[in-house]
Design a protein around this ligand. Structure first.
Ligand SMILES: [Zn+2]
Length: 255
């Protein structure tokens, strides 16, 4: 009924009770969990979880913009070799983040571009992390003659930016706990955006929805996000579940 299209369930926050967390999510109707990679340090734990839950958990491969540091060439080589040899759902998460640190801005942009090329090479969608970098990401995306399918994970822009993405790329917008935050403005930004452009995500363990804001997020909270989205779009929760699941399927095409 629901897909958590972006969740870091392999994170250390879940080490002690991951089986419970997954069981709780399945009981809440969350059928699948898509796991974005961060960098070399997350690969083994991510694969271990996917091996343990092969029906529910699916890995992505890519280098997160916040992990683009001095050793980024080595990191890229590791990710690329894995993309060549193993099956992944997407290239992710990739993008540009200028919120915390601008030191590697140029490299972040290059690494992002490089990984979009990989997605085209391996015929995979991309999952984009965009923070304080909308214009640059938009510029890079629109510089491509052909783009893979994709998702703007944790979309947090305004209505104009949402429309720009959809018109230029037809990417989906990932909607998570931020939608439940007072004054986030996300409800207004997506008020006129058709549900067919949206997918659900938690970004666990981060960005827990209200009433759990500030606490550990987990995939069962997809239901809280779906309920809020149903309210914003004036439809039923099951409509939200069916449509966003179909949207996720359109992007990731898992079997
Ligand atoms: Zn993430």
């Amino acid at each position: 009924m629901f897909i958590d299209t972006h969740t870091h369930l392999y994170a250390e926050e879940f080490i002690s009770d991951i089986d419970e967390v997954i069981k709780k999510a399945i009981n809440a109707g969350v059928e699948k969990f898509f796991l974005p990679n961060i960098d070399a340090s997350s690969i083994d734990v991510m694969h271990a979880l996917c091996n343990k839950y092969p029906v529910q958990c699916f890995p992505m491969m890519g280098l997160h913009p916040c992990s683009v540091k001095e050793n980024y060439l080595e990191e890229l080589a590791t990710a690329y070799n894995l993309l060549k040899t193993k099956k992944y759902l997407a290239v992710g998460e990739i993008g540009i983040d200028l919120y915390w640190d601008k030191t590697f801005y140029t490299q972040q942009a290059d690494v992002f571009t490089q990984q979009i090329n990989w997605a085209l090479e391996f015929d995979l969608p991309i999952v984009i992390h965009c923070r304080s970098a909308f214009d640059k990401i938009y510029e890079i995306l629109t510089g491509f003659k052909k783009l893979p399918k994709g998702i703007f994970h944790c979309f947090s822009g305004n209505e104009e930016q949402a429309n720009k993405i959809i018109e230029a790329t037809n990417f989906k917008l990932g909607i998570g706990g931020v939608l439940t935050f007072k004054n986030s403005g996300l409800d207004k930004a997506i008020a006129n955006i058709d549900l067919k452009h949206l997918v659900l995500e938690t970004d666990s363990p981060y960005l827990a929805p209200i009433p759990y804001r500030g606490k550990r997020n987990e995939s069962s909270y997809i239901r809280i996000i779906a309920a809020k989205l149903a309210e914003v779009k004036n439809c039923s929760i099951s409509d939200v579940g069916n449509i966003t699941t179909a949207n996720a399927k359109e992007v990731f095409g898992w079997d």
